[in-house]
Structure formats: C-alpha cells, structure tokens
Design a protein around this ligand. Structure first.
Ligand code: ADP
Length: 420
C-alpha cells in the first residue's frame, strides 16, 4: 500500500468513525425525546382522568380544559375545586398510572391555597417497596383554590433505563470502533515492520555478498596452477579467505543470536563474576579485531564492588557491542572512555565516545530491532541494526537498564546499570 493510499484510508476511516458516532448520538437523543414526549402525554392524560374523578366525587362539574399544567420537565400540577383526601388521591393516581404503564417513582402533595401549605402527600415507588422516610416539600405555587402536585424525581434515570436497545447498540458501536481503530494500528505497525525488514534484507544481502565475492575471487586465483610458484601470494589469498570467512561466520552468528533471543531463549548462565575483568576481556577482543582504525580506549574503573551475578559470555558481548559501535560510528581516531561506578546498589558502566552522535529523535529508536540511523548511504558503516537491541535485551534479562545521552557531532555515552 503506498503512502498516499494509506493516508486516504486513514482519513476516510476517521471520517466514518466521526460520522457513525454523530449519527448514533443523534438517534439516541431523538429516541430519548420521543420517550419523554410519550411520557408527558401519558402523565397528562392520567392526571386529567384523576382530576375528573375527583370532580365527580366532589359532585362538581368538570371544567372543559386547563386542569393539568406541566410546571417543569418532571413536575405537574392539577387544579381541583375542593379538598382532597390523600388516600383517595393516592389510590386514583396509582390506578391511572398503572393503566398507562407508568413505572417511575413519584411524589404527590396536596395544597390548600388559602393556607399556602402542603396538607398531605406521599412518595410512591411502583417497582420498589422502599420508600424514603421523609417526603420532601413540593414546590408550592401561588394558585387560587385547591390543587395537587405530582413530581417524578428520577424521571431521567427511568427513561434512560427504558432505552435498553439503544444502550446495547451504542455498546456494539463502541466495540466495532475499537476493533476498527485497532486494525488500523496493526496495519500501520505491520507496514513499519515490513519496511524495517526490507532494509534489513538489503543490508544483509550486501553484507554477505561482499565477503562471498572476495572469497570466490581468491579461490579462482588459488586454482591457477602457477600460484604454487609464488608461495607469498598463496599465503596472501589464503589469509584473505580466512578473514572473510571468519567475518561471514560472525555475521551469521549475530543473526542466529537474534533469532534465539526472539524465541526468548536467552538461556543465561548467571554466575558471580568480576565485571572489571569482563570489561578488560572485551577491550582485549576489540583491540585484536581493529584493523586500520586506531582507537584509544581509556579505562576508569572506579567501582569498589565490581562483582555481580551475570552471564559472562553475554555480558562480555554487551560491552564488545558498545565498543564496536563507539569505534564504527567515529569518523577518525576514536577516543573511548569506559567508566565504572557503584551507586545505590547498582553497578554503573558508561561507554563514552567522541563519534558522530545520535539525534534525540533517533535516541529512542536505536534500541529497536533492525533500526539503523538513516545516513543517506546506508552501507557506509556496516551493520544489521541488531547490536543495541541485543544489548538492551541482555541488560534487561539481568534486571538492569540502559540509557544513552548524545549530541550530534560531539559523541555519545551509553550507560548500563545492573544490580550488584
Ligand atoms: P548496527 O551498528 O549494526 O547498525 P546497532 O543496533 O548496534 O546496529 O545500532 C543501531 C544504530 O544506532 C546504528 O545504526 C547507529 O546509527 C546508531 N549508533 C549506535 N551506537 C552509536 C554510537 N556510539 N554513535 C553514534 N551512533 C550510534
């Protein structure tokens, strides 16, 4: 998938997520409004029936309209022209609300307007038996005559609880959006991975091809019968084959090492070892493999306690890799300082170089597998982008940490801390 196509796919995906969410919100709101309207109509009708029955009990003519007023979203008042018995009102309300299937809790209060106070009332919960101990005062309105008020204190919660199917469809939508976004992330991650792996294969092909072609040229020279007459040339070509094949072996070993680590098969053989001694071993190994480049490696081994539980081989490899990088990524005359210290139960080793440095953006990425800082010409300095990933895995397998500080053009310092 090209970069442009991917951008379009992401933009369309974002647009569709926003669209779906907005549509869902719109319909949920609409459904809620519909439910609320239906509820208000039902309550109005039920209260009108109650008022009619009260007028009949009081043997008065029922006014044609204007009996029920909705004062707020959950409060209704009903005008009646005479005193009302609280029990009778309770019975009539229950009867009418049952008929309309109104299940919300309600509180009613009867007012005598000449005295401006509530003269009776009750709190009814059709679905629960538990009723609050005290009934709160209903808002009194300065009306003439007798009236009663009915309030539904939890009407919003009641209406929401009746919107089960909408709640379900919203949950389903959220789950679908989650998977959608997750899939997009997986696509992006896979794409980045495939790019990195493509780079790795290019690198590897190049790294393997060079020694192989040198070996092949050398063997064709050795096949020439006249070479026997020139023993020094014979030795020269044999040495070339030996160096190149050992280089190849090293490359293969690195790739295999990573493959093993990937399977979490580090297989550490931890033992108490003197880390200063391991550092010196790594320095000796690297000094032997230095060919043309001359590197000055200074040791400032200041730690008083240098013994820790480590895997000797892997730990020496870690130091070797850091030194190898310090030399590889320094353009001329590398000057490397290895410092050790003890700090808060930790053994600290820092490898400082005066090399090309690493930008802060790349400092976060260099520990990723296959990652190499883009230099324009990738094959300038050889490598697979595996070394620092290996270092990090091994350090973490020792319950340690690795950090880097660096400035482009000035140099880098890698610091490892492991408990000891
Ligand atoms: P490799 O050296 O095989 O490319 P590494 O994992 O060892 O892979 O390093 C990853 C990248 O980090 C390197 O490609 C290089 O760009 C950068 N890097 C590592 N060590 C240093 C260093 N001491 N100075 C500058 N850049 C470094």
């Amino acid at each position: 998938m090209s970069r442009f196509t991917l951008r379009i796919v992401i933009a369309l995906a974002a647009l569709s997520i926003v669209g779906i969410t907005a549509t869902q919100l719109y319909w949920v709101r609409k459904a809620f409004d519909l439910k609320e309207n239906q509820f208000n109509t039902d309550v109005n009708q039920a209260l009108e029936n109650v008022a009619t029955q009260i007028f009949e009990v009081n043997k008065m003519a029922t006014p044609a309209n204007g009996l029920v007023t909705q004062e707020s979203s959950n409060y209704f008042t009903v005008l009646v022209n005479g005193p009302i018995d609280s029990n009778l009102l309770g019975f009539l309300l229950k009867n009418e609300f049952d008929k309309k299937n109104i299940t919300a809790d309600y509180q009613y209060g009867i007012y005598n307007c000449s005295e401006q106070c509530m003269v009776g009332g009750n709190y009814i919960s059709p679905t629960k038996n538990k009723i609050p101990a005290s009934i709160s005062e209903l808002p009194s309105l300065k009306l003439d005559g007798y009236y009663f008020g009915v309030r539904f204190p939890q009407i919003e919660a009641n209406l929401v609880s009746q919107m089960g199917i909408w709640g379900f469809s919203t949950i389903v939508m959220v789950v679908v959006i989650f998977f959608f976004v997750y899939t997009l992330f997986v696509i992006l991650k896979q794409r980045r991975l495939s790019e990195v792996q493509k780079d790795f294969i290019n690198n590897m092909t190049h790294e393997f091809k060079t020694p192989l072609s040198t070996i092949s040229i050398s063997t064709s020279v050795l096949k020439d019968p006249s070479i026997v007459q020139h023993p020094e040339r014979l030795l020269n070509y044999a040495t070339i084959i030996e160096t190149e094949s050992s280089r190849l072996k090293q490359q293969v070993e690195r790739v295999l090492q990573m493959a093993r680590l990937e399977k979490n098969d580090v297989g550490l053989k931890k033992e108490n070892a003197d880390l200063h001694q391991l550092i010196q071993e790594a320095v000796k190994n690297i000094s032997m493999s230095l060919n043309s480049k001359q590197a000055a490696i200074e040791l400032k081994l200041k730690a008083t306690n240098s013994v820790a539980l480590v895997d000797r081989l892997h730990f020496t490899n870690v130091i070797y890799n850091l030194l190898d990088n310090a030399i590889k990524y320094t353009e001329s005359s590398p000057s490397i300082i290895i410092t050790t210290n003890n700090q808060a139960g930790q053994f600290l080793i820092s490898v400082h170089d005066n090399g090309i440095g690493i930008s802060s953006e790349n400092q976060r990425k260099i520990f990723h597998r296959f990652y190499r800082v883009p230099t324009g010409n990738l094959h300038d300095v050889k490598g697979f982008g595996l070394g620092l990933n290996y270092v990090k895995l091994i350090v973490e397998a020792h319950k340690g940490k690795i950090a880097v500080t660096s400035e482009v053009g000035k140099g880098s310092t890698f610091t490892i801390s492991i408990p000891n």
